[in-house]
Design a protein around this ligand. Structure first.
Ligand code: MN
Length: 418
């Protein structure tokens, strides 16, 4: 499939992240307006609240778009998701009969402020990048014990915080925390000295499962509404001291950023691909019924205050060992209830090459090999004022399915205790 043509001419450019093929869902406002649902098309946003008000959108089950989240639509399920997408295609395709009614409801993205596209119910972060887990394990435990014995059998994860998931552009405050140098007698408390990113994809759950009721991998895939870019900001020095025996806690709880547009599973369908070859056969409840991962190019830029960004890593979502559907099936396998609005992080996505590593911890090998940026400055971890940005797009023939960007600038830690 090639580019699908729209009468919104900016959507027909090969370099737009938002052609008619994409139609991602976000929440926007203009000036003092209330935030509401919108759909990206080229460099414009279709105001869904207005579409609903004038009767251009009327589905079998009436959703509400005059809300600052997409959760109500998610809860309607895959049939309504497909109906909505088909109707949007009809309204925005080249030659659309209703163009004159739709055209006044388009707002330039340049005038809009983006907000969180959903209410995040719960956030679970996984550790499903094999190159990342191998790199981190090698640094901490040596190459012989790099992958924990459970890693090739279980998608390892931890329950994170939904309260601090924020939209791209939100400034991130450096956390304070407790750390201990290996040779110190006592821990100390203060600003994180090893602040890092984790380049991840986020899967947004649109379906639900009841407590006590596991789901198959196929059912799990059917429950996924769409995907976003996700930066799991990480405080490595806090993490190293606190993580045993129950895993990351404050090192991850202070912030997670997501890109503002939810790219639907339907838009990504042409880019489905298999997970990497299994090194150990998975137990039946985790086996995939077909290709459940996606071929999505990812890269990270780092920009000191007032400077242009330097690309510090390039990788692809196809490197992840467990798909979001496998992670979700595992999550529900104990009987854990999953709900519409839940967010699942893939785990840091690193490729096999040094230039493909999705965290500074790996890129600088624990701070031992500083990066040199285009500005001439060097970095091991993130400094105050630095801006880190994730970028992602699935590349088709003459078009791309873009995610927009997921960016955050670091502000200094608060003085605490005062
Ligand atoms: Mn993570």
């Amino acid at each position: 499939m090639g580019l699908m043509k729209s009468w919104v001419t900016s959507a027909n450019r090969a370099d737009t992240p938002f052609p008619l093929n994409n139609l991602p869902y976000g929440v926007f406002s203009v000036g003092d307006d209330e935030p509401r649902c919108g759909v990206a098309i080229g460099n414009m946003i279709l105001d869904m609240a207005q579409c609903e008000e004038v009767g251009l959108i009327s589905l079998d089950t009436e959703p509400s778009f005059d809300l600052p989240f997409w959760n109500d639509v998610m809860e309607l399920g895959p049939e309504i998701w497909a109906q909505l997408r088909a109707r949007l295609m009809e309204l925005l395709a080249e030659g659309a009969a209703e163009r004159t009614a739709v055209e006044p409801l388009l707002i330039p993205q340049a005038q809009a402020e983006m907000h969180m596209p959903l209410l995040v119910g719960e956030f679970t972060d996984f550790y499903a990048g094999k190159h990342h887990a191998t790199n981190v394990g090698t640094m901490f435990r040596g190459p012989e014990n790099a992958l924990p014995p459970n890693w090739l059998h279980i998608p390892i994860g931890y329950n994170g915080r939904a309260s601090t998931v924020v939209v791209s552009g939100t400034e991130i405050t450096r956390p304070n925390g407790q750390t201990k140098a290996p040779d110190a007698d006592m821990p100390s408390f203060g600003p994180c000295k090893r602040l890092d990113i984790e380049l991840e994809m986020g899967a947004i759950i649109g379906g639900s499962s009841e407590m006590g009721h596991p789901v198959s991998v196929q059912q799990a895939d059917d429950m996924i509404f769409g995907y976003v870019l996700l930066n799991d900001w990480s405080a490595r020095d806090i993490q190293a001291w606190e993580y045993q025996p129950l895993g990351p806690f404050q090192a991850k709880a202070f912030a997670t950023s997501i890109s503002p547009w939810i790219v639907t599973k339907a838009a990504l369908e042409p880019f489905r691909t298999s997970t990497p070859p299994r090194e150990k056969e998975l137990l039946p409840y985790l086996q995939e019924p077909g290709p459940l991962l996606y071929d999505i190019d990812l890269h990270v830029t780092m920009a000191p205050a007032g400077k242009d960004g330097t690309t510090i890593a390039r990788t692809n979502y196809n490197q992840v060992y467990y798909s979001a559907a496998q992670q979700l099936a595992h999550h529900a396998s104990s009987g854990c209830a999953m709900n519409a609005g839940d967010l699942i992080g893939s785990g840091t996505i690193s490729g096999p090459e040094k230039s493909e590593r999705g965290s500074l911890l790996e890129l600088t090998w624990g701070g031992k090999e500083p990066l040199t940026l285009d500005s001439g400055e060097t970095r091991t971890f993130i400094e105050d004022g630095d801006t880190l940005t994730l970028h992602g797009a699935a590349k088709g023939d003459g078009y791309q399915i873009g995610f927009g960007s997921c960016t955050g600038t670091i502000r200094p830690a608060p003085k605490f205790p005062a």
